[in-house]
Design a protein around this ligand. Structure first.
Ligand code: SF4
Length: 464
């Protein structure tokens, strides 16, 4: 992950990467909006209901988690609890070592990225192979995902073809069909050789103990079918109270994430294989991962734990579209990451103090969120927290905001600045005071004064 502040990273982003991210996110967002509003009479009401279900979960985690544990155990799964990323990685390692396992195939799971599982297992001599095509490409390149749903949104097919050639997956060919076929051929053998299959969970029903995993490539099904042992990494917040809540949440997730009515594969996993079943894992382990979630739950930004990782807020965010995902220095980019990353970071919050500022506060992220998370409000709360901790002063870009705050809090200086601004309207570009302002004005026209200044209007209103 880059260590630079977000704006510095963004300044060095190649123009074609920026254009690819912009076009792709814009197209997905527009398709999602058409699909939702064509097919549902009142999508906003559905968002509110879905948000209510998830809010109910996070308000009642203390009793829902033990209930989910009991249900999973009754279904034959073994349940583990991990307070930190290290605990979660160690739990996976112990399960593998107990079986003498050395090979794992992984379906796409953000929580495994969050805890750095693949690198941890590699240090202990265990191969953990990504099987989602995007994640596979990211892994062979030693790269990181830049979007939570489309990990290689920052790459084009020529780069991928070169990468396949470098890694012995066939001579250069940038036809997407050929790329996909080669990855499929390579991965098929790996499924059969693997000792353990690892998935995440999009949802976990407290009522039935069923894990729900959605994909579009069917790779999670192979991860579940071939190996003898299944491990699921589950964030504490992934619960839903009842099976019937899944109807609404799955519909909203697919439309919001990939503008589909439903993802191509939706797996419901109710435990290890039964005696009468010919295939499937004999052993199933569910690891509940905290890693900062209970601290987020105790904060005034707990609504972010409603998130179902659809990526819609990334696709619509004007900042994400310009800076791309790696600028956020975390597995969770965009508006979601700008809130969740500082919360999960806990003590390391000042390191991520610039993230809550990576927003124009336009409100688009809230409008698209399928679980109605008021992201702009949460960003403001984190900004206030950062300011109180003095963290924002250390973050890049603050001096200019500090100067602005000084000006805006001095009535006389503010009036003088407004008059100066008005005068700029009448000055020819080359007479503007600063070279940067001249360059700016060459490409833009300031909107003309429309009269009825706000301060005068307010004074009149207060007198009335
Ligand atoms: S915050 Fe909302 S829109 Fe963003 S990824 Fe999470 S559920 Fe989707």
């Amino acid at each position: 992950m880059p260590r630079q502040p977000l704006d510095a990273f963004s300044a060095g982003l190649p123009a074609d990467t920026r254009a690819a991210v912009y076009q792709s996110t814009k197209a997905t967002h527009e398709k999602r909006t058409r699909l939702l509003y064509d097919q549902f009479a009142d999508p906003d009401e559905l968002r509110r209901i879905a948000g209510g279900i998830k809010q109910h979960v996070i308000e009642n985690l203390d009793r829902m988690l033990p209930a989910a544990e009991a249900r999973l155990q009754a279904n034959g799964a073994q349940v583990h609890w991990a307070a930190t990323a290290d605990d979660a990685c160690t739990a996976v390692l112990r399960i593998m070592q107990a079986r003498g396992a050395t090979k794992m195939v992984k379906a796409k799971t953000m929580v495994s990225e969050e805890i750095g599982l693949a690198a941890f297992l590699a240090r202990h001599g265990i191969e953990a192979l990504e099987t989602d095509l995007g994640e596979f490409i990211v892994q062979i390149d030693g790269d990181h995902p830049s979007h939570i749903v489309r990990p290689i949104i920052h790459k084009n097919r020529r780069e991928i073809a070169r990468s396949f050639e470098r890694h012995g997956l066939g001579p250069y060919n940038d036809d997407p069909t050929i790329i996909t076929r080669r990855a499929r051929q390579f991965l098929r053998h790996k499924y059969l050789q693997a000792d353990v299959g690892l998935t995440g969970a999009n949802f976990l029903s407290v009522e039935s103990g069923r894990l729900v995993v959605v994909t579009n490539e069917g790779n999670s099904r192979f991860c579940l079918a071939a190996p003898r042992c299944h491990i699921a990494l589950v964030g504490l917040e992934k619960l839903v109270p009842r099976d019937r809540d899944l109807g609404l949440l799955l519909n909203l997730l697919a439309r919001s994430a990939t503008a589909q009515q439903l993802t191509v594969y939706t797996e419901f996993i109710a435990g290890p294989k039964a005696a009468a079943q010919p295939d499937g894992p004999e052993e199933m382990h569910v690891i509940f991962v905290d890693n900062g979630r209970t601290a987020a739950l105790a904060s005034d930004c707990r609504e972010i734990l409603r998130c179902i990782r659809c990526g819609a807020c990334l696709n619509v965010c004007p900042v994400y579209r310009q800076v791309s995902g790696h600028a956020y220095r975390s597995v969770y980019p965009g508006p979601l990451g700008a809130v969740l990353t500082p919360l999960l970071a806990g003590d390391k919050f000042p390191e991520f103090a610039d993230l809550p500022k990576a927003s124009s506060l336009c409100g688009a992220c809230h409008e698209v969120c399928p679980v109605d998370i008021p992201i702009p409000d949460l960003l403001l709360r984190l900004r206030a927290k950062g300011k109180a901790a003095g963290a924002l002063l250390a973050a890049a870009g603050t001096p200019s905001m500090g100067a602005w705050a000084l000006l805006a809090s001095q009535p006389l200086a503010w009036k003088a600045a407004l008059l100066g601004g008005k005068a700029l309207d009448f000055l020819p570009t080359k007479l503007l005071p600063l070279p940067a302002l001249q360059a700016w004005a060459q490409k833009r026209t300031l909107p003309g004064w429309r009269g009825g200044e706000f301060r005068r209007w307010l004074k009149r209103r207060n007198k009335a």
